[in-house]
Ligand binder design. Structure first.
Ligand code: ZN
Length: 148
């Protein structure tokens, strides 16, 4: 079946050509942060960094077992953090976007479970969710390039 074989080899040539043309894109995707890009990011970084103080307040409310204010604090002062973190994720280089988005969602998953724990007045569950939220928040900030 020579005809079939030549068809296969033609197909292989086509696939190889396609792969080669795909692997050498004309516009290179940036993989490092330029000082300009870092400066541009600051407008998004600032509100996310400022949330640390609000997280400290939250810690105090939990240890005081002030469940009403804990829940108000999550939905009020910390309510905008989700949007700020996701906005910052989208402004990062493509190589960091997925991880940043994942961590932003993690933080909010924990804050939602913390809200549920506060509703149940469970100090131990709230403490666990708070610690996890803080850990993911710190990991998120570690992804953000610093001006040198
Ligand atoms: Zn987590």
């Amino acid at each position: 079946m020579p005809r079939f074989r030549s068809f296969i080899s033609l197909l292989l040539v086509l696939i190889t050509t396609f792969l080669v043309s795909c692997s050498s894109p004309e516009v290179a995707i940036p993989t490092t942060y330029t000082p300009e890009k870092i400066a541009e990011l600051q407008v998004y970084v600032k509100p996310v960094e400022e949330a640390r103080e609000k997280l400290e307040v939250l810690k105090k409310l939990i240890s005081d077992q002030n469940w009403v204010d804990t829940r108000t604090w999550i939905h009020g002062p910390l309510g905008k953090l989700r949007q700020d973190m996701l906005g910052l994720s989208r402004s990062l280089l493509p190589k960091d976007q997925d991880e940043a988005t994942r961590l932003a969602r993690e933080v909010f998953g924990h804050l939602e479970r913390l809200d549920a724990s506060a509703k149940d007045r469970s100090l131990s569950a709230a403490g666990v969710q708070y610690a996890e939220a803080l850990k993911d928040y710190d990991a998120f900030l570690n992804l953000i390039p610093k001006a040198s």
